[in-house]
Design a protein around this ligand. Structure first.
Ligand SMILES: Nc1nc2c(c(=O)[nH]1)N[C@@H](CN(C=O)c1ccc(C(=O)N[C@@H](CCC(=O)O)C(=O)O)cc1)CN2
Length: 299
């Protein structure tokens, strides 16, 4: 029996997009936020995400540019494109879709992006700002930023006294998510594949964030009664029940089992994913406000 509140990321994302549109309109006509998205190669999921980002940017009233580079692109050519985008005053945000092909050093690429245009929040300067509590000066990575807004909607801004467990230690999600939770006064554990008795660690969490990339790894009996569960995983699995060769998306959490114990939980799809794209738009409009020397709206 499902008892948990389903945290609707699609609806929340739509609200954020309305705020971004209003903030964009308020900058006109002097500044039009500009977002450049760059994809290297033909990974089908990346193509979908990049297409959604470029379309959403247009919908928000941005100057939206998409660069599609072949899979065999040399690192030097990608770095040259980034240098051009860094120098382009019409571009306020630069996003290079990950993963990149193996001949390209993703870290070198990320560190080449001007930190003031790093709307993904992956540049060391932004990582450092987040890690030292200078969150208002940072660009915060979109997935954790969106996850945090969802949590705040349920639990409020101050997480004092709450125990949070983040399962996953990636630079894109796990680590920044832990920093955000810490900044909101939660008591934070980062767990991962080598954590001893992961199920027991999860069972201690008032806030459980799953970002491991393993379909439905987190079972219902890993979830504390009344916990808030944020499922960051987006895994495509076979769905023979839908017909031959069909697939479906599942999270890192076994949704129905977890929902029977949690107070609130994000679904997959329709949870954290749409918030990721909305927060990218929010970061881009923030970058444009900063470039224009104006105070960015709080989103
Ligand atoms: N440069 C970046 N690369 C990647 C990031 C990122 O934040 N920056 N994150 C992920 C992928 N990602 C955005 O790029 C992303 C993933 C999923 C969704 C989303 O809306 N998912 C939908 C389902 C979509 C589907 O049907 O396939 C959902 O969960 O409802 C948005 C963005 C890796 N790379």
């Amino acid at each position: 029996m499902t008892t948990a509140t389903r945290i609707d990321g699609k609806a929340m994302a739509a609200g954020i997009i309305e705020t971004v549109k209003a903030a964009t309109a308020a900058l006109a006509p002097h500044t039009v936020p500009g977002l450049a998205v760059v994809i290297v190669g033909e990974d089908p999921a990346s193509q979908v995400y990049v297409g959604s980002k470029a379309r959403m940017a247009e919908d928000c009233g941005f100057h939206s540019v998409k660069h599609v580079l072949p899979a065999e692109t040399a690192e030097a050519d990608l770095l040259a494109l980034i240098a051009d985008l860094n120098a382009d005053a019409a571009i306020h945000g630069i996003l290079v879709q990950l993963p990149l092909p193996p001949q390209i050093d993703a870290n070198r690429v990320i560190q080449t992006i001007d930190a003031d245009k790093d709307v993904d929040g992956f540049h060391l300067l932004n990582v450092g700002r987040l890690g030292t509590g200078a969150i208002d000066a940072a660009f915060v990575p979109c997935t954790p930023a969106g996850s945090m807004l969802m949590l705040r909607k349920i639990l409020g801004d101050d997480l004092s006294g709450k125990t949070a467990v983040v399962v996953g230690r990636s630079n894109i999600v796990g680590k920044p998510m832990a920093q955000l939770l810490l900044a909101a006064n939660a008591t934070v554990t980062i767990a991962h594949s080598r954590t001893k008795d992961l199920a027991a660690v999860c069972r201690g969490a008032d806030i459980l964030v799953a970002a491991v990339g393993r379909p439905e790894m987190i079972r219902g009996d890993w979830v504390k009664e009344g916990a808030v569960v944020i499922d960051v995983g987006i895994n495509r699995v076979d769905a023979p029940e839908r017909g031959t060769g069909k697939t479906r998306l599942v999270g890192d959490v076994a949704y129905e089992e977890a929902a029977a114990r949690a107070a609130a939980i994000t679904p997959v799809p329709g949870g954290v994913g749409p918030m990721t794209i909305a927060m990218l738009m929010a970061n881009t409009v923030t970058a444009a406000y900063r470039a224009a020397g104006k105070a960015a709206p709080r989103i």
